[in-house]
Design a protein around this ligand. Structure first.
Ligand code: PGA
Length: 198
């Protein structure tokens, strides 16, 4: 079970420090917990979560190690910070920044080489809208993805403390990618606890 908090363009270093300081005292049995802060806050998160089991991942990366790619960050740069995973291909990257299947595939390859890659199924109509897929619909989509790829599949799209347990109880739901509800410590930790095996 993996719960990843995608902070999107929220929480600079000061807010990240406050959040991680509180998060480091939490213990989640049987659940891998990862936060994905904006690039400028990654070093702070890594530093404050060092020695805990809570991981830190980025929100994107470029497929080349170095080069003339203004505004981009590479896997070796993330690794240098102690960041061993990243989101790639988020639907917001496609919607607002012109990313395509081709660039997503290149980023995914680089992410795989960097060490973490799991797939998230996020119905676009459920992201940030408060609308969630029914557990049955999520299960159906996850089973389909897992019949094609042998990877853990996270569900994303308006996951909240109130709906997490039911979604995570589906046999092919291996965790959650949480946006809005990951910004608040209480709701994020409640979702992490909902993922704890009973
Ligand atoms: P949301 O975002 O939980 O706010 O719907 C999910 C995501 O975009 O990863």
């Amino acid at each position: 079970m993996l719960i990843a908090g995608n902070w999107k363009m929220y929480k600079g270093p000061a807010e990240t420090a406050a959040f991680c300081q509180a998060l480091r005292d939490e213990h989640f049995e049987g659940v891998d917990v990862v936060v994905c802060p904006p690039y400028v806050s990654l070093a702070t998160a890594v530093q404050l979560l060092a020695g805990t089991e809570i991981g830190v991942a980025a929100q994107n990366l470029h497929w080349e190690d170095t080069g003339a790619y203004t505004g981009e960050i590479s896997a070796p740069m993330l690794r240098e910070l102690g960041v061993y995973g990243t989101i790639v291909g988020h639907s917001e990257r496609r919607q607002f920044f012109g990313e395509t299947d081709e660039t997503t595939a290149k980023r995914a390859r680089a992410a795989l080489d960097a060490g973490l890659f799991v797939v998230a199924y996020e119905p676009v109509w459920a992201i940030g809208t408060g609308k969630t897929a029914t557990p049955e619909l999520a299960q159906e989509a996850h089973a389909l993805i897992k019949s094609l790829l042998d990877v853990p599949v996270l569900y994303g799209g308006s996951v909240k403390p109130e709906n997490a347990r039911e979604l995570l109880a589906q046999p092919d739901v291996d965790g959650a990618l949480v946006g809005g509800a990951s910004l608040d410590l209480d709701s994020f930790t409640a979702i992490c606890r909902a993922a704890t095996p009973s």
